[in-house]
Write a protein that binds this ligand. Structure first.
Ligand code: SF4
Length: 471
């Protein structure tokens, strides 16, 4: 029996009875197991859709999904794990039809911080209490934190979409793998990570590829990562000394020892640039003296640690209570801002000094990428998001922690001025109708329509120069 369709019908501008009739039309053509799955898919779609779109293909897409899932494993009942897989695939289909958008707008090829992130998998089993995909977890869709990373789109399809993306510039755009939808070295995701790398290698585009992982990487996999020739991998190894309540998988017995072993494996492959990702650091959760010392010591052999705080997510208090964690303090400023009090930063620096460590400590992902690139090239390159230029114009706490080498500080403060041709070329990829001026402080856009944050980040990251908009 097709369930209630009131919400879904509203989003596709149909009467519920009409939408039901369209689904029921297929009933006679479906085997019992296919119909069972269709009922589940429609129920998930009903509770997941959150955006209006015409979506004339909705019924056929969901019927096909039910058929495909039934072909994988014909069944008369649906287990909780099977429902999670179904949830991820249903959500993806709704997203493709324009009927679903998560709060961050994550897509299979997702423009973020001037990069393009490839996300062919949905769902994770690392179980972080602070996961920013908690929205999905809390409402109707339980796919994300419950242990079923699910491939929702083929790796080659994602790379094809990348090649057609208006913000993809071969050889320039920095890429990321699996950063917003799963963990790239989970056993169920690892094959996709390597397949994506192989596909990029075949294309020979030479774009840097960022991979952030909380998992350990085996010696064989580190060697495999180091074998790619046509692009540079920039690897962030996350370790934040989190207790089990905060990151259950990372706190498993023997897990951290394998993370430490990963750092040793990397030493054999100097062409593979890696840094320590030390975030989130949350007062009351993982900011004890011993925890900070353990995390900084982990990063020392890599010579570079990126520190950072916690971003607020909906329902964090409730999740914390469930996990028996104290309610965290969250940032009061701009939405998406991270809580990272200056006192905590100072404490981290003090412990770093007390331990006699020599690693460079930076406070932004872009700084981590930049320092890795500078080390690789043997000369300081400007920050990949022009952080110091933006700092110079802002009244907020600077993102640049000022602890890099003098040459790096200088390169970031005075990046090369972009040419008018380079700016025009990039603006041609956007729907931009206006003029621009290049000054020593920024590229200033003047147009009647405000460019989106995504567009400004795209321009800035590709020019490696601050970009502002003025009406
Ligand atoms: S000098 Fe500042 S902006 Fe540049 S990479 Fe270092 S921390 Fe980041």
């Amino acid at each position: 029996m097709i369930p209630d369709l009131t919400r879904l019908a509203k989003y596709v501008s149909l009467a519920p009875e009409e939408l039901r009739r369209r689904f029921e039309e297929h009933a006679g053509t479906l085997a019992r197991s296919e119909y069972l799955l269709l009922e589940a898919v429609v129920e998930l779609a009903e509770t997941t859709a959150n955006l209006g779109a015409p979506a004339p293909e909705l019924v056929s897409v969901l019927v096909d999904l039910a058929r495909r899932e039934a072909a994988r494993a014909p069944r008369n009942t649906i287990s909780a794990n099977q429902r999670r897989v179904l949830s991820a695939r249903t959500l993806h289909q709704l997203r493709e039809l324009g009927l679903y958008r998560d709060a961050d707008g994550v897509e299979p090829v997702w423009p973020h911080a001037g990069m393009l992130i490839l996300n062919p998998v949905l769902g994770c089993s690392f179980g972080c209490a602070y996961c920013f995909r908690a929205d999905e977890q809390r409402s109707s869709v339980d796919w994300f934190l419950n242990g079923r990373p699910t491939q929702v789109i083929g790796d080659s399809e994602v790379v094809d979409r990348l090649s057609r993306h208006p913000f993809f510039v071969p050889g320039v755009t920095q890429l990321g793998l699996h950063t917003a939808s799963t963990e790239p070295f989970l056993p169920q995701v690892r094959a996709s990570t390597f397949r994506l790398l192989e596909l990029l290698e075949e294309r020979g585009w030479r774009n840097d590829v960022m991979i952030i992982t909380k998992h350990f990487i085996t010696a064989a996999d580190v060697a495999r990562l180091a074998s790619f020739q046509s692009f540079q991998i920039l690897l962030f190894l996350t370790f934040n000394a989190a207790p089990a309540e905060m990151e259950p998988m990372g706190a498993r017995h023997g897990f951290h020892e394998r993370q430490v072993a990963t750092v040793h494996h990397l030493k054999a492959h100097p062409n593979l640039m890696a840094a320590h990702y030390y975030r989130p650091i949350v007062p009351g959760w993982n900011d004890g003296e011993e925890q900070i010392a353990q995390a900084l010591t982990f990063g020392e052999p890599l010579g570079l640690t990126v520190i950072g705080g916690l971003k607020e997510i909906p329902g964090l208090d409730e999740i914390s209570l469930r996990r028996r964690l104290s309610a965290p303090t969250v940032a009061q400023g701009e939405p998406g801002e991270k809580h990272f009090p200056p006192e905590l930063v100072e404490r981290i620096f003090a412990i770093h000094g007390r331990l006699g460590l020599s690693s460079t400590v930076v406070g932004d992902q872009s700084c981590g990428l930049t320092v890795m690139l500078s080390r690789l090239r043997g000369a300081a390159v400007p920050n990949v998001e022009a952080v110091r230029m933006y700092d110079a114009m802002s009244s907020h706490r600077p993102k640049c922690l000022g602890r890099c080498s003098p040459a790096q500080l200088d390169a970031c403060a005075r990046p090369p001025v972009p040419s008018a041709a380079a700016v025009t070329d990039l603006l041609g990829r956007m729907d931009y109708d206006g003029s621009f001026e290049i000054t020593e402080r920024a590229v200033v856009l003047r147009s009647p329509v405000t460019p989106t944050d995504v567009e400004l980040a795209f321009l800035s990251a590709h020019l490696r120069y601050a970009v502002l908009w003025r009406p």
